[in-house]
Design a protein around this ligand. Sequence first.
Ligand code: KIV
Length: 272
Amino acid sequence: MGYLSIDKKKITSKTFVELKQAGEKITMLTAYDYTTAGIIDAAGIDGILVGDSASNVMAGNETTLPISIDQMIYHARAVARACKHCLVVCDMPFGSYQVSREEGVRNAVRMMKETGVDALKMEGGIEIADTIRGIIDAGIPVMGHLGLTPQSVHKFGGYGLRAKEEAEAEKLLNDARTLDAVGCFAITLEKVPAKLAEEVTKSVSCATIGIGAGSGTDGQILVYADALGMTQGFKPKFLRHFADVNKCMTDGVQEYIHTVKACSFPNIDESY
Ligand code: KIV
């Protein structure tokens, strides 16, 4: 018996809800470029997020705040072009949906038109519910994002665990119910206690995708460069390395340098 996700030709936002209902875990990673997205898609992932973490991973910024709509469109278009099977979700960047519902809907429509992705993701709860409703009404599937929402890092004062206290946990649960009620097909839960993430998962009909939220969510997401061991010196408790790509690339680059310096690349067979 195959996995429901692998049996399907093209994964849609509806598939995510079906996977939840079938009790099959949903797998997601981020990607920001054509080559990496092609590898991840061909490996059989359910969803790729073109995260605004591109600001950190691709551009070396401290936060996700500086990345622009144009830059997100550039990354998302490349990823969408590579993916044949998985659902492609793109983050709406900071400032593109917080000002007004009208501006949020206009930017969301532009991002869908110019990228070819399948869905958009936005950070926040009840305060952006009306904008999310407008975007869904325009025919665009939306993934919410609660808990540690990196676009609000300056408000939180860092990247620590969220919703430890009862009041914040209660707000998060209400926010999740609101996002579910307005029609989000999924909600990312980032860096929240496992027990709370499990409670949210049982309280909503949409799929929950956790990062640092324990094993009780409907699926998991990681930043690909972290999961595959490319980033150095970043090893929060929730992260596991599934490969050592940093070592693999370093070895390959050093072998290339050594071979060129030793005049053994290119050889006769590699020359015209
Ligand atoms: O931008 C991103 O990579 C994200 C994930 C951490 C969920 O939002």
